[in-house]
Design a protein around this ligand. Structure first.
Ligand SMILES: Nc1nc2c(c(=O)[nH]1)N[C@H]1C(S)=C(S)[C@@H](COP(=O)(O)O)O[C@H]1N2
Ligand SMILES: [Mo]
Length: 393
């Protein structure tokens, strides 16, 4: 690959912020403390979770770097950064969430396989770049196409990093052509994050951002894009990131029975309290994030201070001075929503949060009912224990 290279070891990793909690060192997987998440609607790059499957690629010559677009199309093309920058630039505020967010809590029910994450395997960024729909037009695919003349129905993104799961080959994934070529789906080939060029950890020089879909499909360090007939056959599409019922175990699993996970379900988490937290009796502020996939807004967030018997509605917000209304054009449809409510707590209890999205989807009450062997999509009601006392603060 001209311009972009993939190290075979971890001797050239970038520097990272010391506040990040490291869940795995090589490959590097880390998340910020939960309280950091709610200190800013747009997550600073330093505090944005980092999820990798191999050593971080390096650019040695950005002038020579290009993305090749191949497959079931009439005019394959090589696009240099200058070609991509020539296309209209869009800024899309979108929350990226790893399907493994809250996996550690799922493992407490019954062990699951995968990197352990607390509640911060997500972040909200302003992604700047070209729309994939515009890029595809350059190779002769009209907007909102379902199929190319040669039978292409999926768009595959191939990186250059070396992943153990791919036996040393690159990370890859795909999305349907109908989504990739739909300008309204806001799928980007992003070269900026929060107004700065992407950094190495987040995909420099170019990554895909698929809003509303699990982070796994937002492939970093793009090398090529292939228009293919069937979905990508890579490990992370076929042997990972699929949702199985609680009855499936490692002895009876048949990966072919399930679709690769795309949209993420409705989720919310309390970030103003640790689990377990020690507080004084009286008023306590309960705040955090809520987010749903597929561009669905957050219709409601309910909080309980008695373990889920009674519920009080929290207020919701995105931007200061702009009232948040789910599915309103003034809201960032791909982004998280912060919630907040102040409640009176006098004794030890469990504080619970659950969100409802604009399709009236609600989070499940317990981990048990959604437990799955890979530990993905733990969206059960978020619970934190509080110990109330005057002396133990
Ligand atoms: N090339 C490549 N792209 C990748 C990955 C990877 O390991 N290699 N990890 C994926 C996963 S599982 C997630 S959740 C997001 C994480 O993006 P971030 O590190 O920018 O937060 O990137 C996705 N894209
Ligand atoms: Mo992920």
């Amino acid at each position: 690959m001209p311009g972009l290279i993939a190290p075979s070891d971890y001797s050239q990793e970038p520097l990272r912020h010391p506040c990040l909690r490291i869940n795995a060192k090589e490959p590097f997987n880390a998340e910020p403390p939960r309280s950091t998440l709610i200190s800013s609607y747009v997550t600073p790059v330093d505090f944005f979770y980092k999820r990798n499957h191999g050593p971080i690629p390096l650019v040695n010559d950005i002038e020579r770097y290009f993305v090749s677009i191949n497959g079931l199309i009439d005019k394959p093309k090589e696009l240099f950064m200058k070609d991509i920058r020539m296309l209209p630039k869009y800024n899309v505020t979108a929350t990226l969430q790893c399907a493994g967010n809250r996996r550690t809590a799922m493992s407490k029910t019954k062990t699951v396989k995968g990197v352990g994450w607390d509640v911060s395997a997500l972040g909200n960024a302003v992604w700047g770049g070209a729309k994939l729909a515009d890029v595809l037009e350059l190779v002769g695919i009209p907007k909102c196409s379902y199929r190319t003349q040669k039978g292409g129905k999926h768009v595959e993104f191939v990186s250059i990093d070396r992943c153990k799961e791919e036996k040393g080959g690159p990370y890859k994934g795909s999305i349907p052509l109908s989504q990739a070529s739909d300008p309204e789906a806001d799928v980007l080939l992003a070269y900026e994050m929060n107004g700065e060029p992407l950094n190495r950890d987040h995909g420099y020089p170019l990554r895909v951002v698929v809003p509303g879909v699990i982070g796994a499909r937002s492939v970093k360090w793009i090398d090529s894009i292939n228009i293919i007939a069937e979905e990508c056959q890579g490990f992370f599409m076929q042997k990972d990131y699929k949702m199985f019922p609680p009855s499936v175990n490692w002895d009876n699993i048949d990966w072919s029975t399930r679709r690769p996970q795309m949209d993420f379900p409705v989720q919310c988490v309390i970030c103003s309290l640790e689990d377990v937290d020690h507080i004084k009796p009286g008023k306590v502020t309960v705040s955090g994030y809520a987010v749903s996939g597929g561009g669905r807004g957050i219709e409601r967030v309910d909080i309980s201070v008695d373990g889920g018997k009674n519920w009080i509605e929290a207020s919701r917000s995105q931007k200061v001075g702009v009232p948040y209304v789910a599915d309103s054009p003034s809201s960032d449809k791909w982004a998280w929503v912060f919630f907040e409510v102040t409640l009176n707590v006098q004794q030890n209890t469990e504080i619970v949060a659950k969100a409802v999205d604009s399709a009236a989807n609600v989070q499940p009450g317990t981990v048990e009912e959604i437990w799955n062997l890979r530990g993905i999509l733990n969206t059960s009601w978020h619970r934190v224990q509080v110990r109330v006392g005057r002396s133990n603060i």
